[in-house]
Structures are given as C-alpha cells and as structure tokens.
Design a protein around this ligand. Structure first.
Ligand code: SAH
Ligand code: SF4
Ligand code: F3S
Length: 448
C-alpha cells in the first residue's frame, strides 16, 4: 500500500536539496509526497541550528506533531517521526530524550541510510540515532531523482566548512569541507537538464572553495561552471554561498566569459568593521571585500550583489556598526539578509565578554534593515522600463499569468501562455510591487 511522506524544511538551500534527496531515498520504499503532516505516515523535520530561534522552532513543531502521532496510534495507525539536519547533528540523543515520541534522529551525512532506519523502526520499534560522519560518501549511495526537480533546481557540489568563523555552528554540524567529484556533478546536471531543468544553483556551505578532483587534476568552481555551461538545455547557472576569501581570478573571469552565469552574487561580508571581522575570524577586511566587489564589477558591469550581516557581535561598538552602514551605502546591494548575533553553544564567540544587549542589537538591526530595504526598493525601481530575460517557472496567481525570475532573482509576473513555462523570454518591466515585479512580454516569440 502506498505510504505518504511529509518533509518540513528549515534553514538554507542545502537543506532544501537534502530534503529532495531524502524523498528520493524513501520513494523505492513506497513513500509518495503528502501535502500536509496530517495526511502522512512519516514526517521528517529537516532542521537548522544556525540561530537560537531556528533551533527552537523544531521543538515547538515537535510539540504540535505529538498529538497527531497519538491520534494515529489510537486509530491503530502509525506515524514515523524523524528529525534530520543540523539540530539533529548538534543535539542528537538529547532530542530523543526531550521528545521520546521521536523515532529517528539522523544527521546531514547519514541520510543515504534512511531506508534502513525506517525498516528498523517499522520492524522492531524503538529509537534510532545516526549522526555519524561516515567514511563513505553518501552521494555514492543516493538513488537518482525520483521525480523531475522543476525549471530551477539546486545541486549540492560541496559540503561542510573549514573556515570556523567564531559565531558559526556549520563546521560542527556539517563537518569538514568536502567536494563532490566533477564527473558526478556533471552527470547529475545532465539528468536534470534532460528532465526539463533550465537553471541550476550550485550549492555549498562554501561553494567557491569547491575542489573536485578528477584524474586530470583539480577542478575549481570556475572550471565546473565552464563545463556546466556546455550542457544542452541548461540556460542559467548560479552558485551560493560564497566566501570572499575564495573568490579567485578564475571565478571573476567566469563572470566575464560565461553568459549562462547570472550577474547576481550572494557574497556575505557580515560586518564593515575590521576589528569585528577579525574577532569573527573572517580572515578578510572590509577593504578586501570592497576590492572583490570592484573586480567583479569590472568583469561584469551589470552584476548585482546580495550579502549577509550580523549585528551585535560581541564587542561591536557604535563606531563599528557605523562602518557596517558605511560599507552598505558604498557598495549598494540589490538585497541582503541581516540578523542579530545569536550566541551558539560550542562556538568560540559565545564565550566572549562584551556580549551586546538585545535592545542595542534590535536598534542596530532596525537601522541596517531600513537601509537595505531602501537599496532593494531603489534596485527594483531601477528595473522599471527595462527589458530583462525572465525564466518562467510556473503559473501565477491570476489566470493567464506566469511567474519567473529575472537574472537578479527578482520574482517577475507577466501575462504569458503556459507553453512558456521553462522558457527564457524578454519581459519589459512595468511596475515594482512589494515582493515582485510586474511586466509584459517584450516580443511575441521567446528566445528559447
Ligand atoms: N556559509 C555561508 C553561510 C552560513 S549561514 C557563509 O559563510 O556566509 C548564513 C548566515 O547566517 C551567515 O552568513 C551569517 O550571517 C548568519 N549567521 C551564522 N551564524 C550566526 C549566529 N550565530 N548569529 C547570527 N547570525 C548568524
Ligand atoms: Fe559559517 Fe563562516 Fe563557514 Fe560560512 S564560512 S559556514 S559563516 S564558518
Ligand atoms: Fe542551518 Fe545547517 Fe544550513 S545550520 S543554515 S541548515 S547548514
């Protein structure tokens, strides 16, 4: 009998990719996607540990799932509950103790074994914990995609992080930097393209540290992008998230030379103050960041940037924060994410003196976010009247409308026939709304 699987995904794009792969692992066991937890025979929470709030969400969600599980067992049915991802990796057995109704806790590096874990729970009951960093590479054991991934898809090429920024849990939850072999990535990309994927976003916690080894020597990210650009049907390539230290000349040149590589880059800087950057162990200065942005702009004049910022890192003064605002003003971002510093157990910064009071953090965050919002509005407004290529992904909210993305990841909706889903079409942008742009097809025929 067909069983149903519901996966709730928190955190970054790597988790989105992992969730899809976990569904692939369970498909041969008869699990088909469910629209909601209430309809499911198995629920996986794929969790994020990056900030305190993100981790807390897991336990409140578990609290909501508990009665559902009880209801099911009262009706003689069974709900298998699994916690995956970075909270699972960080807290492991603690989750099983705190939420004894959870059946499986598994880390990001063991989900190729999920089938066996489910079989064990179904057969013998009890709880399964598997948060090892196994010697084998999970990618070698994952089945091919069970279903097409859509017009725009993620593809993990690199995992883990060796940078050890002092605020960050990722090196602990995801482990050491590891790149997948280029040949495996290209094969996966070809399969995606053959199934209709037109845009691939290469993923890694530190994606531009990619070093895929092949018999003919090491591959950097730029070479991988060049090889992907040769794949038939693949129209757009993106990558995220990059570290400023790993932006090399080859990558800058790829932005100049590879037309499929989109002129939009998420390049987190975290702070504009060198003292803070040093305490964060970022290993670059604010001026290093400015120079990188400039090199990329010289290579690709229409490139736009996005970034991440942390405010209220321990010891951050008013003057330090003013330098962050100055860097934002000077650089001009198309969008950016910003967060209050959240002390994470086990990271060096959590032990630093001079933790910044919440009230100060909140004030700084509001000021930074207002500035970023203003830049984002200006960036979107500047697109009005211009014609940009849009890759249409799906139907829009209104009849006869499609939505897609501009090269700058802006959501764009326009009246367009359904056959244009999956096509790249020039769209003249006519209005900027709160979270999207409106436009109209600039030509009757598509570029595709
Ligand atoms: N590998 C990426 C992203 C890591 S997590 C990078 O190096 O940039 C995504 C973002 O979460 C980070 O860029 C950072 O801005 C934020 N973040 C990470 N740890 C945090 C913490 N302890 N408190 C607040 N924000 C944090
Ligand atoms: Fe975390 Fe820094 Fe690694 Fe990014 S580079 S994942 S912020 S430790
Ligand atoms: Fe969160 Fe883990 Fe991604 S902590 S941001 S889900 S790598």
């Amino acid at each position: 009998m067909a069983k149903k699987l519901y996966i709730k995904t928190y955190g970054c794009q790597m988790n989105v990719y992992d969730s899809a792969r976990m569904a692939d692992v369970l498909a041969p066991l008869g699990y088909a996607p469910a629209a909601a937890a209430a309809e499911a025979d198995m629920v996986i929470l794929n969790t994020c540990h990056i900030r305190e709030k993100a981790a807390e969400k897991v336990f409140s969600e578990l609290g909501r799932l508990r009665p559902l599980k009880a209801q099911k067992s009262a009706a003689g049915e069974r709900l298998i509950l699994a916690v995956a991802g970075c909270v699972a990796q960080a807290e492991g057995a603690e989750i099983l103790a705190r939420a004894p109704f959870v059946d499986i806790v598994l880390g990001p590096q063991t989900y190729h074994r999920l089938g066996e874990m489910v079989a064990q729970v179904a057969r013998a009951g009890g709880q399964v914990l598997d948060t090892e960093f196994p010697p084998e590479d999970k990618f070698d054991f994952l089945p091919e995609a069970a279903a097409p991934r859509g017009v725009s898809a993620f593809l993990s090429v690199q995992e883990g992080c060796d940078k050890f920024c002092t605020f960050c849990v990722v090196p602990y939850t995801r482990g050491a930097e590891l790149s997948r072999p280029a040949a495996a990535i290209l094969a996966e990309a070809r399969r995606l393209a053959a199934q209709g994927t037109r845009e691939i976003t290469l993923l890694g916690q530190n994606v531009n540290a990619y070093r895929g080894d092949t018999p003919d020597g090491g591959w950097g990210l730029a070479r991988l992008i060049g090889a992907l650009a040769e794949i038939d049907g693949l129209r757009r390539i993106r990558y995220t998230t990059s570290h400023p230290l790993d932006v090399d000349d080859a990558l800058v040149a790829a932005h100049r030379d590879v037309p499929q590589l989109m002129p939009f880059l998420h390049l987190p800087v975290q702070s504009g103050a060198d003292r803070v950057l040093a305490a964060m162990n970022r290993r670059h200065t604010a001026d290093d960041y400015r120079r990188i942005v400039e090199r990329l702009r010289r290579a690709r004049p229409d490139i736009a940037f996005s970034s991440d910022f942390i405010v209220g890192f321990p010891g951050e003064s008013d003057r330090d924060f003013a330098q962050t605002l100055a860097l934002v003003r000077e650089t001009g971002f198309a969008q950016a994410f910003s967060f209050n510093y959240s002390a994470r157990p086990g990271t060096p910064a959590a032990l630093l003196p001079d933790q910044v009071p919440d009230a100060v953090k909140n004030e700084r965050l509001a000021e930074l976010q207002a500035l970023i919002a203003e830049q984002q509005r200006a960036f979107n407004a500047a697109a009005i009247g211009r014609t940009l290529d849009v890759l249409f992904e799906k139907r829009g909210r209104h009849a006869g409308q499609l939505v897609g993305r501009s090269p700058y990841l802006q959501a764009v909706h326009a009246p367009a026939p359904e056959r244009l889903i999956g096509a790249l079409a020039p769209v003249r942008l006519t209005a900027a709304l709160a979270n999207s742009l409106a436009g109209e097809l600039a030509a009757a025929e598509t570029l595709a």
